[in-house]
Design a protein around this ligand. Structure first.
Ligand SMILES: Nc1nc2c(ncn2[C@@H]2O[C@H](COP(=O)(O)OP(=O)(O)OP(=O)(O)O)[C@@H](O)[C@H]2O)c(=O)[nH]1
Ligand SMILES: [Mg+2]
Length: 448
């Protein structure tokens, strides 16, 4: 009996170790499309994956698909394409497209990837990482691979406490036990359930008011995605969601632009958050600032603080105006999120519990962090990337950009009610590049 227990314990313990080792091994194989095997990753070398689909409820069951061998998972193995500017290999930006999705998102993801490839990736072949708290089905992997021009890796997110990397200010990486997808121990789940019910019974309940999975998703996107071992070795990411449109040709390497210009966060749509979902987020942020006064710029002249923080004329108290970058589109620096100030910010918010007791979204969390911890010169408006996440779209109005697009500028949220682009202009008057600046800044990164 005791021996059985010991064997089970040893097995579980080794499982944890395996996760650690997968983190470092994927880092060392960053230029290789070959995936390492781990409990959280799809092992494409395992022939058992290459069977017909298993999900009996799916419409594709009527026509079992043939999933081919390994070759389809790495159609394009040339990560460094020639750009106008001669860039040494070691100076190349290591970018990746990151997609969090459920198996049920397959068709929405296919629609997004179809346009992403046509407008962007057929030129650059950025690799993809797909993440899911359930194993991706063979059907999902198969149909995604029919559309991509590069490599893809499929990772699983643990629904349990597992070691997660944490980077200190001197760059050291340590691991701390963290709930990846689920309720952290300190969350009172019965209070969380009551709060969800309260939100759902509001006269105008916000979307996903009563959803548990949405809250897990927001917490994961806020504080965990960039720690997944499949993202080790990458410096920049482009987030893509199901059912979005990419309206314009992107004919220069955005990741290299980000790296060379020192941009840490790129956006296309900025709007206001639904107040009911973030009632105490600003108070929690204030406590973070008090706890870590030495972090960040916290300087209205250099930062975007005044874009998000306003003063109440009567009470003279500051408050969060809800302005945020709509994070379903993001091009960002993974190192920003892996920095100690950001990780302390996330841990602080996580301890406060608002991901579950309210419905804090990753968009306001990322945006407040960017406004507090980055200089405004490190944040870039990708005006040229026309984008639609229904019901809100950004479509460039400038004729020199319109030539690259297929959207009606009239649909663009930018200068309409609810957009935070207008207040952004007050803080950074030159945030929309004119034609000369656009070509001067992007030309070095166009294909040679
Ligand atoms: N694996 C997984 N992915 C999820 C889950 N919920 C949402 N996602 C993904 O997380 C991202 C954001 O979720 P969305 O449902 O698009 O949320 P949203 O953009 O706020 O709202 P809508 O797009 O209007 O539904 C998308 O990429 C989804 O595919 C989940 O429970 N599991
Ligand atoms: Mg969405």
């Amino acid at each position: 009996m005791i021996r059985t227990f010991m064997i089970v314990f040893l097995f579980l313990w080794l499982g944890r170790y395996f996760y650690f080792s997968s983190s470092s091994s994927s880092s060392s194989s960053e230029s290789s499309p070959v995936e390492t095997s781990s409990p959280f990753m799809y092992d494409r070398n395992n022939n058992n994956n290459n069977n017909v689909i298993k999900n009996q409820s799916n419409q594709f069951q009527t026509q079992p698909i043939q999933v081919k061998g390994n070759e389809q998972y790495s159609k394009q193995q040339q990560p460094f394409i020639p750009l106008n500017k001669n860039i040494q290999d070691q100076d190349r930006a290591k970018g990746v497209v990151v997609i969090l999705a459920r198996n049920s998102d397959l068709h929405g993801i296919r629609a997004s990837i179809r346009q992403f490839e046509a407008r962007v990736n057929r030129r650059f072949h950025y690799p993809y990482v797909f993440l899911n708290e359930e194993p991706f089905t063979d059907e999902f992997k198969h149909y995604v691979h029919l559309l991509i021009s590069s490599t893809a890796q499929f990772g699983q997110i643990p629904k349990s406490v597992q070691p997660a990397p944490f980077w200190t200010t001197n760059g050291t990486r340590i691991f701390k036990d963290t709930m990846w997808w689920g309720y952290p121990e300190h969350i009172d789940q019965s209070i969380a359930a009551t709060k969800r019910k309260e939100m759902a019974s509001l006269e105008n309940p916000p979307p996903y008011a009563d959803s548990e999975s949405y809250r897990h998703m927001c917490r994961f996107q806020s504080g965990l995605f960039f720690r997944h071992p499949l993202l080790d070795g990458y410096d920049y990411y482009w987030r893509v969601e199901p059912d979005v449109d990419f309206y314009c040709d992107v004919d220069y390497d955005v990741f290299q632009l980000m790296k060379d210009k020192g941009f840490k966060y790129g956006w296309t749509i900025a709007i206001q958050e639904i107040p009911e979902t973030i009632e105490t987020l600003w108070a929690a942020t204030r406590r973070f600032i008090q706890k870590f006064p030495h972090y960040g710029v916290f300087d209205p002249q250099q930062s975007l603080l005044s874009w998000i923080m306003q003063m109440d004329d009567t009470t003279k108290a500051d408050y969060y105006n809800g302005c945020h970058f709509w994070s379903n589109f993001e091009i960002g620096s993974l190192d920003f999120f892996r920095s100690q100030p950001y990780l302390d910010f996330f841990d602080h918010l996580d301890q406060e519990g608002g991901f579950f007791y309210e419905r804090w979204g990753d968009a306001p969390v990322h945006s407040i962090a960017a406004a507090l911890l980055l200089k405004k010169s490190e944040i870039h408006f990708f005006n040229d990337i026309g984008y639609n996440h229904p019901p809100v779209a950004h479509c460039p109005t400038e004729p020199f950009l319109q030539e690259k697009c297929h959207c009606d500028p009239a649909i663009s949220i930018d200068w309409q009610d609810g957009s935070c682009a207008v207040p952004y202009k007050n803080i950074d008057p030159d945030f929309v590049w004119d034609e000369f600046t656009y070509y001067r800044e992007t030309n070095p990164y166009r294909l040679a």
